[in-house]
Design a protein. Sequence first.
Length: 380
Amino acid sequence: MLRVAVVLILGLVGFGVGAKAQTSQLKTQVPSEGRKNSDWNGRWKFSLAGQDYDDQKTTSTLVNFRFEAMIRYYLSEDLLFKVTPMARLQSGTTQSSRGELSPENRIYFNEASATWRALSFAFLKAGALDQGESHTPLLVGSRPFPGARASLLFGDRTIRYGLVAETAIPTAVSLTTNQNEKEPTPTLSSAGLRFDWTDGDLWKFSAKAGAFEYKNLSTSIASSSFLLGNEVDAVSDTEFRFNKPYKGFEAMMKFEFPLFGSLDGSLHGEVVQNTSAPAKENLAWRAGGGLSMQWNSRLSLLLQGESFRIEPDAAVASFVDTGFSGTNRNGYRVESGIIFGKTRSKVLAGFSESNLIYVNDRQSRDRFVQIKLETGYADF
């Protein structure tokens, strides 16, 4: 089903090539999320955070500085190149058997892609694609997977809807496929619908729903996912293999709305189901909301929270957003802070805690505390 959907949308995008060759009036600009008159534009932001993580096997206290840039270059009216390089500097102490929690300084990128607009409604994007644009964090966190994404989008600035299909290679942040010799290349295929509605600056609604399917997941991905909550089969003392497919459905929505006076509200909900796993092990969801109040012309107050539950085999644990600490968890998050004026800079304090759904000797109850300063985007 997913393969048919991907081929269908790619074919419709290809149809646009022939139509465009005959009708010059269909030539329009690539959507730019705020294109300027120049051929390129860029924005940057940074954050500084102090964070503390603790469970029965790990204690980690870190200061984390992150710099992020977003650069767009227009090779033509219909071809856009985008790259989002990032730098992360960390200092602190960690006592853990999990090396990924140790302080680490690194430079990487969250996306490097080219987008081609074949018609006013048909787009093809290829490169290292940010999965946060396509999937709920319950399925895949914001990280780059090499792949291609085809979209058919209709509507205007008030209402926009369409179809999106993608095929990608699941990887680590370093863009290695984490596979041993003679293993086939893993893939993640997905297809779905999206809908966006905006009425002024205060009323906003967005929703996505679709199907996904992983194939050929490597033994090294299975090994790391075993430590994070998935149930797998042992190949050797140190190597594991997934014992079930990972395919199913995902859906997400977000609604922002005014309440009264200077008070605004928001609601969000997401769900993932792995239809190849047994009941009580195959479902993940999160739901929450928030309040913001304009205190004066220079600052706003923010309060938000959510609950979540991720059953052991609802998703591939290695790819679930790191904020959930894998699968087999049931927990909550709360966050409050101040947002400053037009710059949208933030000072935030947050706390999260999760318990195990099914007790095992690999995982334990965890707790995370963070205080963060984050700037809004500024133009180069």
